[in-house]
Design a binder for this molecule. Structure first.
Ligand SMILES: [Zn+2]
Length: 258
């Protein structure tokens, strides 16, 4: 969608429904189309998190939970976004995966914690997920799904997950209808944006953003192993991505002081 078209749609919706339909992404300054406020995102995320907790085994093993907490809290502090309520939960699962729900609930598998060679590598994953949250990518996808599916008049009331329209959009945006936690791939543009913001957050939190290169290189190699990491189904790792991440390091380094 062209930026001008987007702004026009935002203005139109604001006039008709009194919705604030435009937001600005932190650090990148991109104007985005988001039909819900952070409080609505929080409540959607809370409901989805309950579903995740029912379907997955939450780890209480301090070997994993303490590292996830330590790194997560530092990234959350660097993000400095009081609208979100952060939690960093470890899931007892050997596969390489991590994901975030709107409002600030981040989940990391024990397999991913082991895959990360250092706090900085784990920070690569967590900061990327936190970046999706503060860039409100989930809400943005839901808004697009809603706009496409529901149509104008239902929009204003549709952000309650309990209403059929809201539920449908949330499921579609998060792939929750069939399989909790199997989150649809973000668009390439959202991935690149989350990489960019994630590297900045890492750096602000005192982790060297170059660790992201090692992490993604190894993730790419894991793709050819016997069981491809589920993380790659939502985060395709290829030479293009690696090249883009390399290109983003200098900007992130400006925020880094070890
Ligand atoms: Zn991502």
């Amino acid at each position: 969608m062209k930026a001008k078209t987007l702004v026009n749609i935002c203005l139109m919706l604001a006039l008709i429904f009194g919705l604030s339909a435009c937001a600005t992404v932190p650090y990148t300054g991109r104007t985005q189309f988001v039909l819900m406020n952070p409080q609505q995102e929080l409540s959607l995320g809370q409901q989805a998190a309950e579903q995740v907790r029912r379907e997955y085994r939450v780890s209480t093993n301090p070997r994993y939970t303490s590292q996830v907490q330590r790194v997560g809290q530092r990234i959350a502090q660097a993000a400095n976004q009081p609208d979100f309520q952060w939690s960093f939960t470890t899931i007892e699962d050997r596969s390489l995966n991590a994901f975030a729900l709107p409002g600030g609930k981040v989940f990391v598998n024990t397999g991913m914690v082991d895959f990360a060679n250092s706090d900085a590598e784990l920070a690569t994953v967590i900061a990327h997920e936190v970046a999706h949250v503060i860039a409100r990518h989930g809400a943005e996808r839901m808004s697009r799904v809603l706009l496409a599916q529901v149509g104008g008049e239902a929009l204003a009331g549709a952000f309650n997950i309990q209403t059929p329209g809201g539920r449908q959009a949330f499921d579609a945006a998060y792939g929750l209808a069939t399989n909790v936690g199997v989150i649809l791939p973000h668009s390439r543009a959202q991935e690149l944006e989350a990489d960019r913001i994630g590297l900045i957050l890492m750096a602000k939190a005192g982790y060297n953003p170059s660790a992201a290169i090692d992490f993604w290189s190894r993730m790419m190699r894991a793709k050819d192993g016997p069981s491809p990491p589920p993380f790659l189904s939502t985060h395709p790792a290829d030479d293009t991505r690696l090249r883009e991440i390399r290109g983003l390091i200098p900007e992130a380094m400006r925020y880094y002081s070890p």
